[in-house]
Design a protein around this ligand. Structure first.
Ligand code: GRF
Length: 195
């Protein structure tokens, strides 16, 4: 299976996904694509010999269709079987998602369906949650809403800040996403539940 990974930033999830696709793993990374030219993940991908591309969203301000057409052209050239959104911070239209539906995954730093959208850790802390975590789900047109493929939980600790909680959750993201991708690429849809 050919996997394209979409990033916007440091790419720590991309790195753990890419590094997991070795040996008898049914998938291989064929592209790392960023909407930001300065994304730190681009050089990490290049250092691993993974082809990279940038489709900067800024020239397409107000023209989501144009941005997504540019994304689609780069993806069509890479012929991915699976797309993994990994810290990708652009909302994708229903048209784009429907083209890839069933083959596009995302990792979200909350225990969905709680805390869709942004600032998940601050919101979980403000709500007094005793546990938090992350979710890998299939991407559907509704934001952060598709079928759950895996979740990992972490305890909220006294004195936690959004930063300390984010770091604890990120560690679990790096465990969860590779395991979900391995199963997904093998056609196994049993959810992965960690901790
Ligand atoms: C992190 O906040 C993570 O929770 C979310 O995207 C952000 C950046 O992740 N999935 P990465 O280091 O770019 O993979």
């Amino acid at each position: 299976e050919r996997v394209a990974i979409l990033i916007s930033g440091s790419g720590s999830n991309m790195v753990t996904l890419a590094d997991s696709m070795v040996g008898d793993h049914p998938a291989r990374p064929v592209l790392v694509l960023s909407n930001r030219p300065d994304a730190g993940g681009l050089e990490k991908a290049a250092a691993r010999g993974i082809p990279t591309a940038v489709v900067d969203h800024r020239p397409f301000k107000g023209d989501r269709a144009g941005f997504e057409a540019a994304l689609q052209a780069v993806l069509d050239a890479a012929r991915p079987d699976i797309i993994c959104l990994a810290g990708f911070m652009r909302v994708l239209s229903a048209d784009f998602v429907q083209h890839w539906q069933g083959r596009i995954l995302n990792i979200h730093p909350s225990l969905l369906p709680k805390y869709r959208g942004l600032d998940t850790h601050a919101r979980a802390l403000a709500a007094g949650e005793s546990e938090a975590g992350c979710t890998v789900h299939e991407v559907t047109p509704a934001l952060d809403d598709g079928p759950v493929l895996g979740q990992a939980t972490v305890p909220v600790r006294p004195g936690d800040t959004p930063e300390t909680l984010a770091a604890r959750v990120l560690e679990q993201e790096h465990r969860l996403y590779p395991e979900v991708l391995r199963r997904f690429a093998a056609g196994d849809r049993r959810p992965v539940m960690l901790n």
